[in-house]
Ligand binder design. Structure first.
Ligand code: HEC
Ligand code: HEC
Ligand code: HEC
Ligand code: HEC
Length: 177
């Protein structure tokens, strides 16, 4: 007859072999740099850090386009990234040199770009400047094929318009006198 202790011996052996399998599995399957910095693969940090840069910031354009950056910084598009409307810096600059033209949206592509943010839509905050393209152009009595940059300076969208308004007001005040 088996002694009652043999049950315990078997149970302990099963338990120990499970622990052994887990330890061996961990040893075989965990990457080398696991736990170097924390509960993740340490080599991942270098791998990510060494990826080629795709986007810059607006700072990355300053060295060559200071005037545009300055102009935008003082007007209502100041919070926009240059790369939202153009394309990523890696398509234009490599090792500090221009390698290809930067994407510039013209014609219908440009209108679509502006409307992506400014099209009158129920979902946007009410106080965000929104227009309906055809209403806007109708009201201004121009053909509905007009592109936005025919009146708005894209990097300072109200610059000319405010200027024209001021001149008009000035003219009206002079006429009243
Ligand atoms: C709202 C969209 C938009 C943003 C944001 C924007 N651009 Fe532009 N950019 C345009 C468009 C559209 C043109 C084409 C010219 C035009 O229509 O006046 C242009 C033209 C240019 C040009 C060539 C002609 C010129 O005006 O000098 C340069 C250089 C330029 N952008 C750089 C920049 C830089 C640098 C930034 C970030 C500070 C920036 N852009 C942000 C839309 C934009
Ligand atoms: C190392 C200098 C340099 C940097 C940095 C740079 N550009 Fe340019 N860019 C140029 C040169 C050179 C031209 C062509 C000459 C010109 O039109 O002024 C140009 C032209 C442009 C044009 C007009 C279209 C074209 O390619 O001719 C746009 C738009 C533009 N750059 C946007 C940007 C934006 C946005 C950034 C930042 C994300 C940027 N550039 C960063 C050098 C640079
Ligand atoms: C990525 C989103 C985005 C794009 C694309 C964009 N804008 Fe804007 N625009 C803004 C934001 C944000 C403001 C600032 C709104 C505010 O001050 O509440 C603004 C402000 C303006 C204003 C001033 C409105 C006011 O009453 O102060 C005009 C005009 C304007 N944009 C025209 C344009 C034109 C023209 C284009 C295309 C060349 C364009 N925008 C593309 C986001 C965008
Ligand atoms: C014929 C000239 C002209 C064209 C083309 C034009 N705009 Fe305007 N836009 C104006 C004027 C003028 C104002 C100021 C109107 C006012 O204050 O009542 C204005 C105002 C705006 C505003 C601010 C509205 C607000 O409620 O604050 C936005 C946004 C705008 N335009 C976007 C665009 C977009 C996007 C396009 C291209 C589809 C465009 N505009 C084309 C002349 C023009």
């Amino acid at each position: 007859m088996d002694s009652p202790n043999q049950f315990w011996i078997r149970a302990i052996l099963v338990f120990l072999s499970i622990i052994g399998i887990v330890i061996l599995g961990r040893y075989l399957m965990l990457p080398d740099s696991w736990g170097q910095y924390g509960y993740y693969r340490g080599a991942y940090v270098d791998q990510e850090a060494n990826k080629p840069l795709i986007h810059g910031t607006n700072q990355s354009c300053i060295s060559c386009h200071n005037e545009v950056v300055e102009l935008q910084n003082y007007h209502s598009h100041k919070n926009l990234s240059c790369e939202t409307c153009h394309s990523s810096i890696n398509t234009h600059i490599e090792n500090g040199k221009k390698i290809a033209d930067m994407d510039i949206k013209q014609g219908e592509n440009q209108v679509n770009l502006c409307l992506k943010c400014h099209q009158k839509t129920v979902g946007r905050p009410e106080n965000f400047p929104m227009i309906d393209r055809f209403e806007h152009l109708d009201k201004l009595k121009v053909k509905n094929t007009h592109t936005c940059d025919q009146c708005h300076t894209v990097h300072a969208p109200l610059e000319n318009i405010d200027h024209v308004k001021k001149l008009r007001m000035l003219k009206e005040t002079i006429n009243e006198k």
